[in-house]
Design a protein around this ligand. Structure first.
Ligand code: PCO
Length: 207
């Protein structure tokens, strides 16, 4: 059972040359209900492969049966790593991904990332992220949370790290409030990811 976990990880995170590997991070904003739509639209991009890393809170908002790719969560880290020779999932994921897009990025995970907290699979991937690869983030939270002064501080901190903000939009939110805090439209997110698809040709990078 342990072995088939290992082998499925190995096959699941094999890098096939010519494929652009997009890792989607999803956190506990109600906007996570858009995950199935986001994944299916990303899969329509030519040469793109997609995996998902979810937080526990995010699981409340989407139906994983509607997501056609592997969704990694915290327990997968511990299923896989039993002894020192076993692979470390958050490191395997950072190696696999050519781009990370966190959609939605909730207020809690924004705060964790801004201060370097890495207490789950997703924040560990971010904490270990190779900033030569694009990291896009899509804030999504209630307007009152968005307007709290710490939000702007933390968003600018992430931009200092070199991460790219896909700004939230003003909408009538699910809780009835009207204002900023809604996640960017899925079509906006997908078109921004598309701009990174011209992966630098590795051969030109080799000495
Ligand atoms: C859910 C969706 C996408 C429907 O259009 C939109 O309302 C949104 O992005 N909300 C995210 C903001 C949020 O987390 N609100 C939490 C409390 S109001």
């Amino acid at each position: 059972q342990q072995d088939d976990h290992m082998s499925s990880l190995k096959t699941d995170l094999l890098k096939t040359s010519g494929t652009f590997n997009v890792l989607v991070g999803v956190t506990g904003s109600v906007a996570a209900l858009k995950l199935p739509l986001l994944v299916s639209q990303l899969l329509e991009l030519s040469g793109v492969d997609v995996r998902v890393v979810t937080t526990e809170h995010a699981k409340h908002f989407y139906n994983s049966a509607e997501v056609s790719v592997k969704i990694y969560s915290d327990e997968d880290e511990w299923e896989l790593w039993k002894q020192r020779s076993d692979p470390v999932l958050h490191i395997e994921l950072r190696r696999w991904a050519d781009l990370l897009v966190i959609a939605p990025l909730d207020a809690n995970s924004l705060g964790k990332i801004a201060s370097g907290i890495c207490d789950n699979l997703l924040t560990c991937v971010v904490r270990a992220w190779d900033t030569s690869r694009p990291l896009l983030f899509c804030p999504a939270m209630n307007t009152a949370m968005w307007l709290h002064p710490i939000t702007a501080q933390q968003v600018s901190r992430l931009k200092e790290f070199g991460y790219v903000e896909i700004p939230c939009v003003a909408k009538k939110l699910v809780c009835g409030d009207e204002g900023k805090g809604a996640m960017a439209e899925v079509s906006t997110i997908v078109s921004l990811v598309k701009e990174y698809l011209q992966k630098p040709d590795e051969s030109s990078l080799e000495a």
